[in-house]
Write a protein that binds this ligand. Sequence first.
Ligand SMILES: Cc1cc2nc3c(=O)[nH]c(=O)nc-3n(C[C@H](O)[C@H](O)[C@H](O)COP(=O)(O)OP(=O)(O)OC[C@H]3O[C@@H](n4cnc5c(N)ncnc54)[C@H](O)[C@@H]3O)c2cc1C
Length: 455
Amino acid sequence: MAVIGAGSSGFAVVNALRAHDVAVECFERGAYVGGLWRYENDNGLSGAYASLRTNASRLRMQYPSFLMRDSHGDFPHQTEMAAYLGAYADAFGLRALIRLGTTVERLEPAPDGRWWVTLKDSSRRSYGAIIIATEVFSCPSLPTYPGSFDGEVSQAHEYRVPAPFAGRHVLVVGAGPSAAEIAVEVSTVAQRTLLSVGRRARHSPLARIQTVRRGGCRTAQPAAVAAAEPDLPQARRPGGGAGSGVVASACHRFLEGIPIVSSDLLPAVWRGDVLVKPAIERLAGEAVRFVDGSEEAVDHVIYATGYQISLPFLSSPLLAASGRDLPLYRRIASPALGGLYFAGFVDAPGGLLPVVEAQGEWIAAVLTGRLRLPPPAQMRRAIERSRAAHPPAVSAGEPPQHPLRSARLPTAPAVRRPSSAPGRVARGDHVGGREHATPVLPRRTASRLRRKTRS
Ligand SMILES: Cc1cc2nc3c(=O)[nH]c(=O)nc-3n(C[C@H](O)[C@H](O)[C@H](O)COP(=O)(O)OP(=O)(O)OC[C@H]3O[C@@H](n4cnc5c(N)ncnc54)[C@H](O)[C@@H]3O)c2cc1C
């Protein structure tokens, strides 16, 4: 088997396969392991900035099989994450299985069901199964707006430290944790920092707080705003008029979208260091015009507008990513391409590492015959149900954001086989009306698991 990518997702799969005595080789294009968490990674794909800390807590940013030291703090710094991942690789002897500085250039299905892998040095070899663990946060997605902009433009992916923005008029576009953190950092050195939170301005307590503050009421607190304004899009505007920060047209209700999580942003908005703006209407030379009619002089725009899936090495018309849309059963398996699996291609706002450890176990269970995938038609139906349950968020000027969610994600206990359990043939099954792959366990254990899943 071959795993592509030696970040936290690739690690989890390599380790699960190794633990089940499956021969595995891992290709990593950079000179280091750790992927995103390796600052200034020479793979050119890491968007980690100097001050980056995890946005999920330490307890959710560790593999359940390998706990992180308490000394790493509640939200580990990127250097601590890199050290933790290095320690994981050492503890399980993974480094010997990883070929650093080895880029996979091409991946092709062979007629016999195997996969051809072509490396950058043009060497070619075949594998029974491929696990792609190359990340969904390495190819930035950029919005398009009418007009043109004469200033400088960069992406959050390129941001490292605030120093280059000293004395400048900076606009950060985006409504995720990176946008919030970058805006706050930049505001410590910039002359003026704006944060365009796009459609989220319609329901963001940030905009509301800014508005309330301008209206002279300094007692409003975020929680109070949320409680008092359950239907924030229809909120009155005490500050009134253009520039108040709240857009009147309703989009969806408060907290229906992913909230901006940042402990530093609200104080920065209160202080007036970061000015929250709604969506961009048009670019106007050395200025930017917003949908509330306000216009601001800007000399640098930083787009923190998300990522799209990029699989430049995969040559198959049967599976192509479109933006963030990549149809996968359980966010792991392709119904169209047997022997091809993905790890880490999932939204895990609560922390990725426990999720990818479970994915690794699941993939190992499939590849060792302890789980059998349902037939392709059944997998496709499951994918369609997940897509219907999680439609893409659409906003003017921005590409649709497909949530990488599944009605059912694997959980480690459900696929971890007790060492005494004899292997048996498994069949696709339904639990609560949704497909899943049945663990191959002694009958009594399997039915107990099914009962558990149902409850
Ligand atoms: C700024 C930022 C902050 C984040 N913070 C968090 C957080 O706090 N918590 C969280 O859970 N998630 C966070 N994420 C998401 C984060 O990316 C994942 O948690 C984690 O890094 C994903 O691990 P991964 O192994 O899937 O990808 P990566 O860590 O990026 O590893 C992928 C590896 O694949 C290699 N690779 C790519 N292409 C090839 C190729 N063709 N051949 C060989 N090797 C290749 C790359 O070199 C890389 O080493 C954050 C993302 C960003 C951008």
